[in-house]
Design a protein around this ligand. Sequence first.
Ligand code: G4P
Length: 536
Amino acid sequence: MSSDTASRIESEVRRRRTFAIISHPDAGKTTLTEKLLLFSGAIQIAGSVKARKASRHATSDWMEIEKQRGISVASSVMQMEYRDCVINLLDTPGHQDFSEDTYRVLTAVDAALMVIDAANGVEPQTRRLLQVCRARNTPILTFVNKMDREVRQPLDLMDEIERELGMSVVPFTWPVGMGKFFGGVLDLGKDQMRVFSPGEERATHDDEIIEGLANPVLEERFGSPYMEAASEVELVREAAPGFDEAEFLAGRQTPMFFGSAINNFGVREVLDALVDMAPAPGPRPALQREVQPGEPKFTGVVFKIQANMDPAHRDRIAFLRVASGHFERGMRLKVVRSGKELRPNTVVSFLSQRRELLEEAFGGDIIGIPNHGVLQLGDTLTEGESLQFTGLPFFAPEMFRAVEVADPLRTKQLRAGLTQLGEEGAIQVFRPVAGSVLLLGAVGQLQFEVVAHRLEHEYGVKARIMPARYNVARWVTCDEADGGERELKRFIDGNSHRVALDAVDAPCVLLEYAGELRAMQENWPKIKFHALREHA
Ligand code: G4P
């Protein structure tokens, strides 16, 4: 590789920022996403974000929107250029039943933007997503939205975020008033006030700026809300720690911004902060070694699979996060798991107005490879090296159903359909080691409905989804030192009536009550029980 190529890869990686927005439904994720796209000039995609959101509230709407998967695929990943950076924004599915998918998406980002509804504070979905980010030490920026409404006191919100999410919060801006009296934000770093004016149609550069946080004009114009904000800022400056980059990068400290996404207010500051503070793609762990993004050879990992636009063709798009090297359209790639070779020619790019992005990608970018089942969740692609990236999580399901086909002649189609839906991560499929009825495992009820719907419409199988008696699942393993495979086999043989194999043949014990698990752990001290399986 020439040194030119090497330095090009390095500099392309350095200007990448790959992140996701996490929030509770209705906090304003869709609105903020649209504004980010507007600010970066990728306006035409913004419409599609809204179109999809419009039909995402209920199950029936979800089914409808599945018919428009084109939109949904196109806006799952959005790439935009802002200042000198290439920003990849990954969508996280909003419905909590799809949280598994969301967790996997979060493995593909280097930072997250947390949106909090200033009236509601920390909500359950935010809390859950935050835990995943924290577990991975993902740096988090916080945007407190909807300051144009009657909301909670900023000190109160700050306190709640610190307490509930276990991070220290460093305000970068501070609101002056709220609702009808929302005057704008004090920018603590720039020592100026950015004055709020409502309206979506405003140009994005025309915020009025008043220099100097102690400028007497501020008191004259904004009265007691300003006085209050100024004294809060003083308090916060004394009590809160200063910004510490290392703490931020470790996910222990979050910079906080206030604004109103719908009014385009405070959005540019967040975008600037992402560019200035969020990390460029870093090394990624594989079983064999750590992979650096600047390495010359291409590597990447599939973190999401989505059925494509035309259900009749069953083609799917595998979303791949580039981990290293330089991806070029038509290059020869190896699927490490199967040894199969792939020459993706029609790679989906996510920015329609810049054709050259279809041709190449670098560390941190997301590429979509259409395929007919060659690629599975967790697959590693390389130029030939045997490498397996780790860290893609599968969660032990909390709900189970037995599944049978109404017409026994279509059993084959049922199995084929379930295998593919399982590979997509839409549902987990278990084959009991004793018995022939397949079991479905999910973390949310909606998953079963979606699977039944898709089996019927995509695979022509009317499935009977029936209650199953299980409520708890744990993957089981045994360390070499404790007897390894032999002890595991002894366990499986001894519990064959409640052990099943998942999509990659990993054994899993299925139980009715959590209490049974404790008894089992006592009886089988050498067996390890896992609520989470990482793809290996
Ligand atoms: P989500 O993707 O996180 O679910 O939230 P979304 O952006 O759809 O926003 C949820 C609701 O909050 C929307 O209202 C949206 O207009 C509103 N919203 C977003 N940002 C702000 C803000 O800064 N201030 C105020 N006052 N409202 C905001 P909706 O009535 O549910 O939908 P719509 O009819 O406005 O689209």
